[in-house]
Ligand binder design. Sequence first.
Ligand SMILES: [Zn+2]
Ligand SMILES: [Zn+2]
Length: 140
Amino acid sequence: MTEVITGGCRCGAVRYQLEAPPLFKHMCCCRDCQYFTGTDKMFIVGGMRSAFHLTSGSVRHYAVTADSGATIHRAFCPQCGSSLLIYPEVDQKHYMPGDDVVGVAAGSLDEPGAFQPDAVVFTSRAPSWATFPEGVEQHP
Ligand SMILES: [Zn+2]
Ligand SMILES: [Zn+2]
């Protein structure tokens, strides 16, 4: 039986599902994640884009150039503004491994406590008051 991970936004307009176990569970402290979440970091549960489906509603998104130079889209509910998704732009000519993933904001999962983070990334960008979970790998 395939594990199905479900979630959506605060108002219920947008619903999604990820039809495979997560590939990664990262907390990201980059500046873009700070803007997206309004706090020090974003807990991102990532999976293959082919396993991800919106099951109702549609999202709005904006694109930003990440520190890596990649174009990253950040999607939210157009009605309630809940932060929902992050995914790299798929550039067919300059395809990179990882371009076919999508990350969901763990706070938008139906069970936000279902997963534990496996790494904290961009800790060097975190504000001075940030705290990190114990026993979890940290990458500057
Ligand atoms: Zn909504
Ligand atoms: Zn980030």
